[in-house]
Ligand binder design. Structure first.
Ligand code: SF4
Length: 123
């Protein structure tokens, strides 16, 4: 079935407002408006048929200086898995010291992506 959606390409500062005509059943883009370069179609394909997002949140930590530390997915994950990932991260409690770059959860939800600590807490 033919559909239309507006998508903002975020691959560069031009932020083209793409007009995407697509067929959901065939998983194909039939027409693309307002794309200033070829990367727009790749971005539109992913955003329409396989949207992904990076997930950033905080985790409680037992320490002298901080109550939480920040964490981030090492790569964007499928948008429909975001709440599953939050649920897994919510189970974790940390104790200082932790170092920026440490893996908090390896292969979270079997997505092939790690959750990484992004703030060092020494004590
Ligand atoms: S379509 Fe090309 S020019 Fe436009 S925002 Fe995306 S990458 Fe930049």
């Amino acid at each position: 079935m033919a559909e239309y959606r507006k998508v903002t390409c975020i691959l560069c500062p031009n932020a083209c407002q793409l007009g995407v005509h697509f067929d959901k059943d065939k998983r194909e883009i039939t027409d693309l408006e307002n794309s200033r370069c070829k990367r727009g179609i790749k971005y539109a394909m992913e955003e329409i048929f396989d949207p992904k997002r990076s997930v950033m949140t905080v985790v409680p930590i037992e320490s002298k200086s901080w109550k939480v530390t920040s964490v981030l997915t090492a790569e964007p994950i499928p948008k429909n898995k975001i709440f599953d990932v939050y649920d897994e991260v919510k189970k974790v409690r940390l104790k200082a010291p932790v170092k920026r770059g440490d893996v908090l959860i390896s292969n979270v939800c079997n997505l092939g992506v790690d959750i990484i600590i992004t703030r060092t807490v020494r004590e």
